[in-house]
Design a protein around this ligand. Sequence first.
Ligand code: GLC
Ligand code: GLC
Length: 653
Amino acid sequence: MTSRRGARLESTPPGGAVPSAAVDAVAAARMLGTTDEQWATVLGRFDRHFGRLVHLLEEVYGPGEATTRELALLAELLATSWQERPADLHALDAAREADPTWFMSQRMLGGVLYVDRYAGDLEGVRRQIPYLEELGLTYLHLMPLFEAPEENSDGGYAVSSYRAVDPSLGTMAELRDLAAELRAHGIALVVDFIFNHTSDEHAWAQAARAGDPEHEAFYWFFPDRTMPDAYERTVREIFPDDHPGSFVPVPTPDGLGERWVWATFHSFQWDLNYANPAVFRAMAAEMLFLANQGVDILRMDAVAFIWKQLGTSCESLPQAHLLLQAFNAVCRIAAPAVLFKSEAIVHPDEVIEYISVDECQLSYDPLKMALVWSALATRDGRLLQQALERRHALPAGTSWVGYVRSHDDIGWTFADEDAAELGIDAAAHRRFLNRFYVDRFPGSFARGVPFQDNPRTGDCRIAGTTASLAGLEAGDAGAVDRIVLAHAIVLSTGGMPLLYLGDEVGQLNDYGALDEPGHGEDSRWVNRPRYPATRYAQRTDPSTDAGRIFARLRHLVEVRRRTPELAGNDLITFDTHNPHLVAYQRPGPGTLVLVVANVADDPQHVDATTLSGLPASAEDLLAGDVVDLRGGLTVPAHGVVWLRVAGGGGTHE
Ligand code: GLC
Ligand code: GLC
């Protein structure tokens, strides 16, 4: 064990010396009643990760006195946050360090809800815990619940204070209690870390608006359109319905003139300026504050946008990764239980770059999400199959978060070149999907609505609940099967599946939500409906759609829980030679589970020769019986099978 006397870090890690302030801060912490064991633990963490932090920030900000000063202040922040971290979270830190892949179990299942719309307030969420357990959830993402501007808050994604809960939902103390209570029920708490921007009502933004130079430097202010015009030559528009381009006018402090501030999303969401190292440190403090409330996973919002550089797209630049890694190192030292989930809804080549144990251990899988919908519309599974084959693999110790849909829109983020290989014209296919999902295509079963329809660029995305998109609203006969099928794919491809609560009882679009104050131009509100009390009441009634969907999803979840082959992320695609079938194998020790999903409206067959590499019979996990594979395999319309066979390589006896 490291001697407490002399308070020295064992080694000088690569990338630079540890500022002595770090040692001093740790030493100060030692004075405050730290045990020998804790002392050794925290020194070990500094030892392992502070050098990396030094290296990363020197890469971003350049070596030199200013950076060294920032690092010393950061070291102090880390030691203080660690010191303030409650004892139960220290214990959790140790447990997760000892079991770093805890989140990859097939028993993990995520759910997501808006506190106000689903449960009224935090107390309401607490009262839902028995239901969350009934559903089998082990992970709960509460949509942004921090103080935000009234009405216009982008569903809470415009944060006015990271340290205060929106008073209509509860208090920070209640959030802390809820985190502890969820954990006692085996449910991890996930909240957003909205770190690309703050609301224009955040104290920093208010100070900047009033002309305080320290806080002006937290944002991107320009005196006129010269620089905004220059940036906009290469930057894409994200919310053109709200404002064209990426900048909005703001009055000068004297109120007489106008200046411009960077706002990638809504006009009231001002992008933080990470070129200023004080912003990194300030946001690290907000992050550790949240970590110390007992948050298990931070959903890292809009990761692609945090670094800007003239002449580039200002998305997914190398510094964005370095900064995320630096935030990761901060957590490894001061709150190692906490994991990051990347929200990068971008080209698949870029999505993958955020995923590593040193950056984000988890990431949304927007490609699989979009391609499930593409497969259902076209009744052709090839794009999805191809994506599973070439874009599913991840670094060890990391995982996808699979989802059928989120609170946001569906964007068709597949790679044009992947589509081209299958003879599919990407632009034409996107146009088709947009028309199909907003019911502008003859015979479409879908009832979605366009989001950010941009006639100038041809860009458009889709909003809608799973049930409305899958045909339930239109009364299509295949709707329930499609809803189950989409979830069966997400529940069996590995990683952490995420249910949007309400979808498990087939909740439809809420068009009335568009008329609520503050929702005006944002069509995503149709897929953020309120708690569907009637449907939940029907969930045990098999004569209702809600009952049928709920029972079948519950069954999938239960079977998955007892199927260890479905843990982790390893997946090998299986070529059925049938374009309507998506098929893959999930290897386990001595066995494998073969999943075959049929996206067509009629039964599809895999012939015996194609299956000849497998044993003669398999355990049908969902049906609970044994199937003979010697005659091939037929999968019903919109059906799916999960087949367990004895270890790979066997042949027919
Ligand atoms: C994320 C959120 C989205 C929000 C945006 C801006 O993409 O999912 O709802 O509009 O960030 O914060
Ligand atoms: C959010 C928005 C989506 C946008 C994306 C950009 O997911 O909802 O429309 O394309 O962010 O990353």
